[in-house]
Ligand binder design. Structure first.
Ligand SMILES: Nc1nc2c(ncn2[C@@H]2O[C@H](COP(=O)(O)OP(=O)(O)OP(=O)(O)O)[C@@H](O)[C@H]2O)c(=O)[nH]1
Ligand SMILES: [Mg+2]
Length: 296
Protein backbone atom coordinates (compact mmCIF):
# COMPACT_ATOMS: atom_id res chain seq x y z
CA UNK A 1 0.00 0.00 0.00
CA UNK A 2 1.22 3.44 -0.80
CA UNK A 3 1.90 5.74 2.12
CA UNK A 4 1.60 8.79 -0.05
CA UNK A 5 -2.14 8.16 -0.14
CA UNK A 6 -2.38 9.07 3.52
CA UNK A 7 -3.91 12.48 3.77
CA UNK A 8 -2.49 14.00 6.93
CA UNK A 9 -3.72 17.54 6.54
CA UNK A 10 -6.22 17.59 3.76
CA UNK A 11 -6.06 20.91 2.02
CA UNK A 12 -4.36 22.76 4.85
CA UNK A 13 -0.80 21.93 4.12
CA UNK A 14 0.12 25.14 2.36
CA UNK A 15 -1.68 27.29 4.91
CA UNK A 16 0.07 25.48 7.76
CA UNK A 17 3.42 26.02 6.11
CA UNK A 18 2.75 29.73 5.67
CA UNK A 19 1.66 30.21 9.29
CA UNK A 20 4.73 28.43 10.61
CA UNK A 21 7.02 30.47 8.43
CA UNK A 22 5.36 33.71 9.51
CA UNK A 23 5.60 32.80 13.20
CA UNK A 24 9.16 31.65 12.80
CA UNK A 25 10.14 35.20 11.86
CA UNK A 26 9.06 36.40 15.28
CA UNK A 27 11.08 34.08 17.47
CA UNK A 28 14.65 33.56 18.57
CA UNK A 29 14.45 29.95 19.66
CA UNK A 30 12.48 27.07 18.20
CA UNK A 31 11.61 24.25 20.59
CA UNK A 32 11.10 21.21 18.42
CA UNK A 33 9.27 18.46 20.25
CA UNK A 34 9.82 14.85 19.18
CA UNK A 35 8.55 11.56 20.60
CA UNK A 36 11.29 9.65 22.45
CA UNK A 37 10.06 6.36 21.00
CA UNK A 38 10.46 7.61 17.43
CA UNK A 39 12.87 10.55 17.52
CA UNK A 40 13.54 10.32 13.78
CA UNK A 41 10.10 9.37 12.52
CA UNK A 42 8.53 12.16 14.55
CA UNK A 43 10.89 14.80 13.18
CA UNK A 44 9.60 17.11 10.52
CA UNK A 45 11.72 16.96 7.36
CA UNK A 46 11.52 20.68 6.60
CA UNK A 47 12.30 22.19 9.96
CA UNK A 48 15.99 22.57 9.14
CA UNK A 49 15.06 24.87 6.29
CA UNK A 50 12.35 26.79 8.13
CA UNK A 51 14.42 27.43 11.21
CA UNK A 52 17.83 27.72 9.66
CA UNK A 53 18.72 31.07 11.23
CA UNK A 54 17.12 30.25 14.58
CA UNK A 55 18.49 28.61 17.66
CA UNK A 56 17.06 25.14 17.85
CA UNK A 57 16.43 22.97 20.86
CA UNK A 58 15.15 19.45 20.27
CA UNK A 59 13.02 18.31 23.16
CA UNK A 60 12.82 14.55 23.37
CA UNK A 61 9.43 14.29 25.01
CA UNK A 62 7.71 11.22 26.49
CA UNK A 63 11.12 10.21 27.75
CA UNK A 64 9.30 8.43 30.57
CA UNK A 65 8.52 5.72 27.99
CA UNK A 66 12.09 4.90 26.94
CA UNK A 67 15.24 3.74 28.76
CA UNK A 68 17.91 6.36 29.35
CA UNK A 69 20.68 4.80 27.27
CA UNK A 70 18.52 4.89 24.18
CA UNK A 71 17.68 8.54 24.73
CA UNK A 72 21.35 9.34 25.24
CA UNK A 73 22.07 7.87 21.82
CA UNK A 74 19.57 10.19 20.17
CA UNK A 75 20.83 13.23 22.02
CA UNK A 76 24.31 12.59 20.68
CA UNK A 77 22.90 11.80 17.28
CA UNK A 78 21.05 15.11 16.95
CA UNK A 79 24.04 17.14 18.06
CA UNK A 80 26.58 15.23 15.97
CA UNK A 81 24.41 15.62 12.89
CA UNK A 82 23.94 19.32 13.60
CA UNK A 83 20.20 18.97 13.82
CA UNK A 84 20.00 21.11 16.94
CA UNK A 85 22.02 23.52 19.06
CA UNK A 86 20.90 21.71 22.20
CA UNK A 87 18.81 18.69 23.11
CA UNK A 88 16.99 17.77 26.28
CA UNK A 89 14.95 14.77 27.29
CA UNK A 90 11.74 15.82 29.00
CA UNK A 91 8.38 14.49 30.03
CA UNK A 92 5.48 16.84 29.70
CA UNK A 93 3.57 14.21 31.65
CA UNK A 94 5.79 13.95 34.72
CA UNK A 95 7.46 17.35 34.41
CA UNK A 96 10.92 15.83 34.10
CA UNK A 97 13.68 18.34 33.27
CA UNK A 98 11.45 21.36 32.81
CA UNK A 99 13.75 23.36 35.10
CA UNK A 100 16.70 22.37 32.97
CA UNK A 101 14.79 23.62 29.95
CA UNK A 102 14.92 27.15 31.31
CA UNK A 103 18.63 26.83 31.90
CA UNK A 104 19.09 25.75 28.29
CA UNK A 105 17.02 28.64 27.02
CA UNK A 106 19.25 30.99 29.00
CA UNK A 107 22.35 29.34 27.60
CA UNK A 108 21.17 29.44 24.00
CA UNK A 109 20.06 33.05 24.19
CA UNK A 110 22.97 34.48 26.17
CA UNK A 111 24.82 35.57 23.05
CA UNK A 112 21.90 37.57 21.73
CA UNK A 113 21.33 39.10 25.13
CA UNK A 114 24.91 40.26 25.43
CA UNK A 115 24.81 41.71 21.96
CA UNK A 116 21.59 43.62 22.58
CA UNK A 117 22.65 44.90 25.98
CA UNK A 118 25.92 46.08 24.45
CA UNK A 119 23.86 48.05 21.98
CA UNK A 120 22.36 49.92 24.89
CA UNK A 121 19.07 48.12 25.32
CA UNK A 122 17.86 48.08 28.91
CA UNK A 123 16.22 44.69 28.75
CA UNK A 124 16.06 41.93 26.21
CA UNK A 125 13.17 39.58 25.64
CA UNK A 126 13.76 36.13 24.22
CA UNK A 127 10.92 34.72 22.16
CA UNK A 128 10.14 31.05 21.83
CA UNK A 129 7.81 28.86 19.91
CA UNK A 130 7.00 25.19 20.24
CA UNK A 131 6.71 23.12 17.08
CA UNK A 132 6.24 19.46 16.27
CA UNK A 133 4.14 16.93 14.43
CA UNK A 134 0.73 15.99 15.88
CA UNK A 135 0.54 14.16 19.17
CA UNK A 136 4.14 14.60 20.34
CA UNK A 137 2.99 16.53 23.41
CA UNK A 138 3.21 20.18 22.37
CA UNK A 139 0.05 21.27 24.19
CA UNK A 140 0.96 19.30 27.29
CA UNK A 141 4.33 20.98 27.35
CA UNK A 142 2.94 24.48 26.87
CA UNK A 143 0.39 23.90 29.63
CA UNK A 144 3.13 22.67 31.92
CA UNK A 145 5.47 25.59 31.38
CA UNK A 146 2.80 28.24 31.27
CA UNK A 147 0.74 26.78 34.09
CA UNK A 148 2.60 27.40 37.31
CA UNK A 149 5.30 29.75 36.19
CA UNK A 150 2.96 32.26 34.73
CA UNK A 151 2.37 34.34 37.85
CA UNK A 152 2.23 37.83 36.49
CA UNK A 153 1.46 36.52 33.06
CA UNK A 154 1.26 39.25 30.60
CA UNK A 155 -0.83 38.53 27.56
CA UNK A 156 0.39 40.71 24.80
CA UNK A 157 -1.36 40.78 21.50
CA UNK A 158 0.83 39.31 18.81
CA UNK A 159 1.39 40.51 15.32
CA UNK A 160 -1.33 38.34 13.88
CA UNK A 161 -4.88 38.31 15.12
CA UNK A 162 -5.44 35.72 17.82
CA UNK A 163 -1.80 35.22 18.55
CA UNK A 164 -0.70 35.63 22.12
CA UNK A 165 2.60 35.89 23.85
CA UNK A 166 2.80 34.52 27.32
CA UNK A 167 5.54 35.67 29.62
CA UNK A 168 6.83 32.46 31.18
CA UNK A 169 9.82 33.97 32.95
CA UNK A 170 11.35 37.39 33.28
CA UNK A 171 12.59 38.10 29.77
CA UNK A 172 11.19 34.96 28.16
CA UNK A 173 8.03 35.04 26.07
CA UNK A 174 6.35 31.99 24.57
CA UNK A 175 3.91 31.91 21.70
CA UNK A 176 0.88 30.28 23.26
CA UNK A 177 -0.11 28.19 20.25
CA UNK A 178 2.27 25.55 18.94
CA UNK A 179 3.22 25.12 15.30
CA UNK A 180 1.82 21.87 14.04
CA UNK A 181 4.18 20.33 11.53
CA UNK A 182 3.65 17.44 9.15
CA UNK A 183 5.62 14.22 9.39
CA UNK A 184 7.73 12.74 6.62
CA UNK A 185 5.29 11.52 4.02
CA UNK A 186 7.30 9.37 1.77
CA UNK A 187 8.71 6.58 3.82
CA UNK A 188 6.45 3.67 4.57
CA UNK A 189 8.32 2.79 7.73
CA UNK A 190 7.74 6.25 9.16
CA UNK A 191 4.00 5.80 8.69
CA UNK A 192 4.05 2.50 10.52
CA UNK A 193 6.18 3.91 13.32
CA UNK A 194 3.72 6.75 13.78
CA UNK A 195 0.89 4.25 13.85
CA UNK A 196 2.63 2.00 16.38
CA UNK A 197 3.05 4.80 18.92
CA UNK A 198 -0.46 6.06 18.26
CA UNK A 199 0.54 9.34 16.63
CA UNK A 200 -1.87 8.66 13.80
CA UNK A 201 -5.29 7.11 14.18
CA UNK A 202 -5.48 3.35 14.33
CA UNK A 203 -7.86 3.34 11.37
CA UNK A 204 -5.40 4.90 8.92
CA UNK A 205 -3.29 1.80 8.47
CA UNK A 206 -4.49 -1.80 8.90
CA UNK A 207 -4.16 -2.51 12.61
CA UNK A 208 -3.02 -6.11 12.20
CA UNK A 209 -0.29 -5.01 9.84
CA UNK A 210 0.79 -2.30 12.30
CA UNK A 211 0.97 -4.91 15.07
CA UNK A 212 3.02 -7.22 12.83
CA UNK A 213 5.51 -4.43 12.20
CA UNK A 214 5.84 -3.97 15.93
CA UNK A 215 6.47 -7.69 16.41
CA UNK A 216 9.12 -7.56 13.70
CA UNK A 217 10.85 -4.68 15.45
CA UNK A 218 10.62 -6.30 18.86
CA UNK A 219 12.36 -9.38 17.49
CA UNK A 220 14.98 -7.52 15.47
CA UNK A 221 15.92 -5.31 18.38
CA UNK A 222 16.25 -8.23 20.76
CA UNK A 223 13.21 -7.74 22.96
CA UNK A 224 11.59 -11.09 22.19
CA UNK A 225 11.89 -12.29 25.78
CA UNK A 226 9.72 -9.42 26.98
CA UNK A 227 7.04 -10.30 24.46
CA UNK A 228 7.28 -13.96 25.32
CA UNK A 229 6.80 -13.31 28.98
CA UNK A 230 3.88 -10.96 28.59
CA UNK A 231 1.87 -13.21 26.29
CA UNK A 232 2.96 -16.65 27.50
CA UNK A 233 4.60 -17.47 24.17
CA UNK A 234 6.72 -20.60 23.79
CA UNK A 235 10.39 -20.69 22.78
CA UNK A 236 9.40 -22.35 19.52
CA UNK A 237 7.07 -19.50 18.63
CA UNK A 238 10.12 -17.38 17.92
CA UNK A 239 10.66 -19.05 14.56
CA UNK A 240 7.17 -18.22 13.31
CA UNK A 241 6.55 -15.33 10.93
CA UNK A 242 5.18 -12.10 12.44
CA UNK A 243 1.56 -12.81 11.47
CA UNK A 244 1.71 -16.23 13.06
CA UNK A 245 3.05 -14.72 16.26
CA UNK A 246 0.04 -12.45 16.40
CA UNK A 247 -2.11 -15.57 16.15
CA UNK A 248 -0.09 -17.23 18.89
CA UNK A 249 -0.69 -14.22 21.11
CA UNK A 250 -4.42 -14.57 20.48
CA UNK A 251 -4.18 -18.30 21.19
CA UNK A 252 -2.15 -18.08 24.39
CA UNK A 253 -4.23 -15.21 25.71
CA UNK A 254 -7.47 -17.01 24.95
CA UNK A 255 -8.73 -14.44 22.48
CA UNK A 256 -11.26 -16.56 20.68
CA UNK A 257 -14.14 -15.62 18.44
CA UNK A 258 -17.17 -17.78 17.80
CA UNK A 259 -16.51 -21.17 16.25
CA UNK A 260 -13.06 -21.40 17.78
CA UNK A 261 -11.66 -18.76 15.48
CA UNK A 262 -8.78 -16.76 16.94
CA UNK A 263 -9.44 -13.09 17.52
CA UNK A 264 -6.32 -11.75 15.86
CA UNK A 265 -7.66 -8.23 15.70
CA UNK A 266 -8.05 -8.18 19.47
CA UNK A 267 -4.50 -9.46 19.79
CA UNK A 268 -3.29 -6.65 17.55
CA UNK A 269 -5.07 -3.96 19.56
CA UNK A 270 -3.88 -5.49 22.82
CA UNK A 271 -0.27 -5.59 21.68
CA UNK A 272 -0.34 -1.97 20.55
CA UNK A 273 -2.07 -0.78 23.69
CA UNK A 274 0.40 -2.66 25.88
CA UNK A 275 3.38 -1.25 24.00
CA UNK A 276 2.05 2.30 24.29
CA UNK A 277 1.48 1.94 28.02
CA UNK A 278 4.90 0.28 28.53
CA UNK A 279 3.40 -3.00 29.77
CA UNK A 280 6.29 -5.11 28.55
CA UNK A 281 9.25 -2.77 28.15
CA UNK A 282 10.52 0.76 27.76
CA UNK A 283 12.06 0.94 24.32
CA UNK A 284 11.73 2.99 21.19
CA UNK A 285 11.28 1.68 17.67
CA UNK A 286 13.43 3.99 15.56
CA UNK A 287 16.89 2.67 14.86
CA UNK A 288 20.04 3.98 13.31
CA UNK A 289 22.86 1.63 12.43
CA UNK A 290 24.97 2.72 15.36
CA UNK A 291 22.25 2.33 17.93
CA UNK A 292 22.73 -1.05 19.46
CA UNK A 293 20.23 -1.06 22.23
CA UNK A 294 18.70 -4.47 22.64
CA UNK A 295 16.79 -6.33 25.26
CA UNK A 296 19.56 -8.86 25.77
N1 LIG B 1 3.77 9.22 28.63
C1 LIG B 1 3.74 10.49 28.20
N2 LIG B 1 2.67 10.92 27.51
C2 LIG B 1 2.67 12.21 27.09
C3 LIG B 1 3.73 13.10 27.35
N3 LIG B 1 3.44 14.29 26.80
C4 LIG B 1 2.25 14.15 26.21
N4 LIG B 1 1.76 12.90 26.38
C5 LIG B 1 0.50 12.37 25.86
O1 LIG B 1 0.52 12.45 24.45
C6 LIG B 1 -0.76 12.79 23.95
C7 LIG B 1 -0.67 14.00 23.06
O2 LIG B 1 -0.33 15.14 23.81
P1 LIG B 1 -0.68 16.61 23.29
O3 LIG B 1 -0.06 17.58 24.21
O4 LIG B 1 -2.12 16.72 23.04
O5 LIG B 1 0.09 16.59 21.89
P2 LIG B 1 0.12 17.75 20.78
O6 LIG B 1 1.50 17.72 20.24
O7 LIG B 1 -0.37 19.02 21.32
O8 LIG B 1 -0.87 17.16 19.70
P3 LIG B 1 -1.69 17.99 18.56
O9 LIG B 1 -2.44 19.08 19.24
O10 LIG B 1 -2.56 16.93 17.96
O11 LIG B 1 -0.69 18.50 17.57
C8 LIG B 1 -1.66 13.00 25.17
O12 LIG B 1 -2.39 11.81 25.36
C9 LIG B 1 -0.67 13.21 26.29
O13 LIG B 1 -1.18 12.74 27.52
C10 LIG B 1 4.86 12.59 28.10
O14 LIG B 1 5.85 13.26 28.38
N5 LIG B 1 4.78 11.27 28.49
MG1 LIG C 1 -2.02 20.23 20.76
Amino acid sequence: MSMTKINWYPGHMKKTKDIIQENMKLVDIVLEVVDARIPLSSKNPDIARFAKDKKRIILINKSDLVEKREIQFWKNYFITNKMADETLEISAETGLNLKQLFALIEKVSSEKKKRMLAKGLKSVTVRLMVVGIPNVGKSRLINKIVGKNSAGVENKPGFTKGKQWVRIREGIDLLDTPGILWPKFEEEEVGYNLAIVGAIKDEILPVEEVACRLIEKIRNYGFWKLLQKRYKLLDDDYSEIDGEILEKIALRMGMILKADKLNVLQAAYTLLRDYRSIKFGKFGIDREKKLEVTGE
